[in-house]
Design a protein around this ligand. Structure first.
Ligand SMILES: C[S@@+](CC[C@H](N)C(=O)[O-])C[C@H]1O[C@@H](n2cnc3c(N)ncnc32)[C@H](O)[C@@H]1O
Length: 340
């Protein structure tokens, strides 16, 4: 289903809603399978209901959560250089755009170079997509937006032809790539590569390995905002799947696994308890201290990023770092060879 939004931004916004009719069923099925698995797990893409998206925006403002500030510093300082590294007029594609706050630096740099710009954001959160699109269109009269509300892969499959004579600059910011393990990251990058052509590029934001205490604090802030973001998964399951999780009987738990370079996030049961889910009818038992794995945040080094790029049909052509060298913005150019 696709909708245009006339009004203040006069037909410059089209949103394709890819939320399939069976979306609720797949949420129920994924939650059922995850909670029956050993060990228990839930998929991080389900964090982003309306409250989850807003809690993520709050996380970006926390003193402990350095990745957003570090990436913003890079994009503010080097946006002109980044966009010049891809030749000619460009279409801007962004996966998991969220509020698209950092994207503004890139949009502004592109609008210095070209008269008009098509921005194509893909995000699973339809509300974040609609709000951010309206705000961007108010700021930039020469911007048009063709947005896809859905999963990354559904978005990539549905993409329309880009405007003739433009190259694509794709963005995957916020170290979203870190939510994937090595196989998933490869699958995602190959899918990105398949929609790009020679001369196109992907700007990949990747958080760098650093002291465990800094990493753990970033995902376990003193105010408990990240805890609320994590536990909101249970609130969402209660609401959408008629479950009776007592959210207060669970807690947020974070640990850096140095062996694999990954911050692992869990929800931990504070006592032995049973939870009922109405859809599908199910009773789940938790031992005291039992955990549900909810998110991985893998951390990188530059050699690993080069390898990942090469294995998926890209070349890491340029990398920009923030002053404290906490975060990296990597321009992955489509490799000459088509073998992916
Ligand atoms: C960690 S936030 C990052 C937002 C923004 N790119 C930034 O750097 O601040 C992840 C974003 O990706 C979206 N997202 C998460 N999983 C997704 C998926 N499987 N498909 C599409 N979007 C997804 C979320 O809705 C959210 O807006």
């Amino acid at each position: 289903m696709s909708q245009t939004y006339p009004g203040a931004s006069a037909d410059r916004l089209r949103i394709h809603n890819l939320a399939r009719a069976e979306a609720r069923n797949s949420f129920a099925e994924d939650v059922r399978a995850g909670l029956l698995a050993e060990p228990k797990k839930l998929l991080p893409k389900y964090f982003y209901d309306e409250l989850g998206s807003q809690l993520f925006e709050a996380i970006c403002l926390l003193p402990e959560y350095y990745p957003t500030r570090a990436e913003n510093e890079i994009l503010t300082g080097y946006a002109d250089e980044i966009v010049r590294a891809v030749e000619g007029p460009k279409t801007l594609l962004e996966m998991g755009s969220g509020s698209a706050s950092k994207t503004r630096c890139i949009i502004e740099a592109l609008l210095k170079q070209q008269d008009e710009l098509l921005f194509v954001p893909v995000d699973i959160s339809a509300t974040a997509l609609e709000t951010s699109s309206r705000v961007l269109l108010q700021s930039y009269p020469r911007l048009r937006i063709e947005a896809y509300a859905g999963d990354y892969y559904d978005g990539l499959a549905a993409l329309h032809e880009r405007p003739e004579g433009t190259r694509t600059l794709a963005l995957f910011l916020g170290s979203n790539i870190g939510n994937f393990d090595a196989d998933e990251a490869q699958r995602f990058l190959r899918a990105m590569r398949s929609v790009l052509r020679a001369g196109d590029a992907l700007l990949l934001g990747a958080d760098l390995k650093k002291e465990p205490a800094v990493l753990e604090a970033a995902y376990n802030d003193a105010l408990g905002v990240t805890a609320a973001f994590n536990l909101n998964l249970l609130v969402r399951i209660n609401r959408e799947l008629e479950a009776n999780f007592d959210t207060r009987a669970f807690r947020h738990h974070v640990a850096y696994n140095a062996e694999i370079g990954c911050v692992e996030t869990y929800i931990e049961s504070q006592r032995a308890q049973s939870v009922r889910m109405g859809k599908p009818g199910l009773e789940i038992h938790f031992a005291e201290g039992e955990r549900i794995h909810t998110e991985n945040s893998y951390k990188y080094d530059l050699a690993g990023l080069s390898r990942m790029a090469e294995e998926t049909g890209f070349v890491r052509a340029r990398t920009w770092l923030d002053e404290r060298e906490q975060f990296s913005s990597n321009l992955l150019m489509v490799a000459e060879s088509d073998a992916v």
